[in-house]
Design a protein around this ligand. Sequence first.
Ligand SMILES: Cc1ncc(COP(=O)(O)O)c(C=O)c1O
Length: 386
Amino acid sequence: MLTTIRPRSEGDFWLAQTGGNSPALLFNPNRVRDTWRALQQALPNVTLYYAVKSNPYQSLVATLVNEGASFDVASAPEIQALLPFGVPTSRMIHTHPIKTEHDLETSIQLGVRSFVIDNLDELWKVAPYRHDITVMLRLAFVAPDAPIDLSRKFGAQPEDALHIMAVAKQMGIVIDGLCFHVGSQAKSAETHRIALLRCLEIAGDAASEGIAMIERIDIGGGFPANYSNQAVDFDGFCKPIREVMGQVPAHIQLMAEPGRAISAPSMTLVSRVIGRSKRQDDTWWYYLDDGVYGAQSGRIFDHINYPMTIYTEGGDRSAAVFAGPTCDSVDRFGDHDSLPELSLGDVIVIHEIGAYSIATACHFNGVAPPVIIDLEDTADVQRRQA
Ligand SMILES: Cc1ncc(COP(=O)(O)O)c(C=O)c1O
């Protein structure tokens, strides 16, 4: 059910959690711990590197630091943001396949030693640092069931892998790892399985031809969120990956870079109707205090149709459209053929909105993104979320 209607009075519970602030994101550290542990259990002997880009919120990072997590960063500023938490740079990998020379140099100065390339030009960038760093080669594998495809933008073709590794060897660059990202929000781990098998094959060929000794295979992200406020069955999802693990030689360490799966369930958006008007075709337009320039950019970037709970007394039903608080025409979402008439001040709650949301929010039109509130007592909220 994409839209749930509840009595308006129950919305007060959510406003009480935010201290009356709206829009606000409620951060629940228990959700982070639960998903991290569940994914860890589903992927035994795989070192998990949390993809900071999905949500760099400090309490989320702090929660993962307490879990002993490692971190996947995309830039030097992400490294700098982790340092105050005492994360050793040995527990960070820089996985952006295309870096500026400045970012590379700064990241190395900050102490990170593991980088990713996916083309020959990038080899020239890392070459000056070849004695200090190790490099993973990113390969492209397309997951037909992942709505957010990363295989076109990044990744060498698997058939080019040996050539790139051979050139790296001639340049004195150590390629000791292979990595991939099948695309975000994958429906199954079938492509992870196929890609891991292909990487094992390439690692075997590279070793037997004396080109490179692969010691790490990083299976990337792509682990999904449910968006239905129910825990993902990571054990079931990761089964295809576990089926291949027996074929991984002992000298190869497995790694993964989950982002969305960990950060999505950690935040709940509380927003309110701040304006309304009946426009053409008798359609009600409801304007919320948060939209696609705030926490809801995933509607555009990731094509997520977030389920919403609306707390309203409700009136006659009619067609309805929601819009965010900016003047941009793109800041609209959630068309309904038939919705009870809403009132100003009605509360709207969206769960599992922690991934790629506040991370991309901006002050377009001078409108501030939602404030983030750390939940102290999560029991009540978890009961309401169930
Ligand atoms: C290199 C890399 N690693 C990890 C991630 C996280 O992916 P996900 O959020 O699907 O787990 C991304 C997402 O864009 C990425 O580009």
